[in-house]
Ligand binder design. Structure first.
Ligand code: AMP
Length: 294
């Protein structure tokens, strides 16, 4: 099947309705500038669905006023080419006014899960995410929607939203895809200078060391966080947070607490002006495999 490009809500709704007559529909929401991480989500969707749709929309409402909405990388032609190469059936690339009709006044907000971790530094971010994802779900209709665990908090927030709003969508998480040296793939990695790119690897290196400690039996929060703290300090990366949290409720542990058999270790750091996030679920994910860059 050749790739169908939908530019309007009406076209995409019709394409999804038609697709569902042939079998299950898979949806991969993205902001474009596609990389191997996004394409892994497409492959995951393909395993579960007959038709795979990718949305490409740089969603203005999830960016704060001082954030990178204007400079966010955009490359629709390149993205369409990648989508063709991996056999995506439908791409939905709407203009902002399609998703936010004139006079719009509605926001979707998930409480508590959005108030920790990234929600502290990015107070409007998750409301923007849940608003746009609920709109995408409303247009696509019943489907399997695949999200990356790179944005672990986002995945949990969307799972909660889909359950709470009784949406006919199965939300599936996919493992983080990393560069050959261990850095988690991100569209924002394109902003990094060579020096920032080298220093950014300290995040995955710290997470790997913490995972090793956990596997040796360490359960105290401060001790588990320490390798990440040290690793980031060694390359002078600015820390937003290094937190351990319960992986489903995202309740953040205190330094003297002990974690259970699974714990989210999540990091946000700033390299130059680029905000980078990464995580592992201790007790579940393998340690990121980190190799020095040549
Ligand atoms: P974005 O375009 O950055 O909004 O991301 C779209 C989707 O791709 C989200 O579900 C992300 O979690 C996912 N994603 C981005 N980077 C990665 C990665 N390195 N590994 C796995 N999923 C990713």
């Amino acid at each position: 099947m050749t790739l169908a490009l939908c530019r309007t809500v009406g076209e995409f709704r019709q394409a999804c309705d038609q697709a569902r007559r042939r079998g299950p529909l898979g949806l991969v929401p993205t902001m474009g500038a596609l990389h191997e991480g996004h394409l892994a989500l497409v492959h995951e969707a393909r395993k579960r669905a007959k038709t795979v749709a990718v949305s490409i929309f740089v969603n203005p409402t999830q960016f704060g006023p001082a954030e990178d909405l204007e400079s966010y990388p955009r490359d629709l032609e390149g993205d369409l080419q990648k989508c063709r190469e991996v056999g995506v059936d439908v791409v939905f690339a709407p203009a902002p006014q399609e998703m936010y009709p004139v006079g719009e006044r509605t926001r979707v907000r998930v409480t508590s899960l959005t108030e920790v971790l990234c929600g502290r530094a990015r107070p409007v971010h998750f409301e923007g995410v849940t608003t746009i994802v609920s709109k995408l779900f409303a247009v696509a209709g019943p489907c399997v929607a695949v999200f990356g665990r790179k944005d672990y908090q986002q995945l949990k927030v969307i799972e909660r939203m889909a359950r709470d709003l009784l949406l006919p969508v199965e939300v599936v998480g996919h493992a983080i895809v990393r560069e050959h040296d261990g850095l988690a793939l991100s569209s924002r990695n394109a902003y990094l200078s060579a020096d920032e790119r080298r220093r950014a690897l300290a995040i995955a290196r710290g997470l790997a060391a913490s995972t090793a400690l956990f596997e040796l039996g360490e359960r105290v929060v401060a001790a588990l966080a320490q390798p990440v703290v040290q690793s980031l300090a060694s390359v002078q990366l600015e820390v937003d947070y290094i937190s351990l949290a319960e992986p489903e409720t995202l309740v953040v542990y205190e330094p003297h607490d002990s974690v259970g058999e699974r714990a989210l270790l999540a990091v946000a750091a700033i390299a130059g002006s680029t905000r980078l996030i990464d995580n592992v679920v201790l007790g579940e994910d393998p340690a990121p495999s980190v190799r020095p860059t040549e």
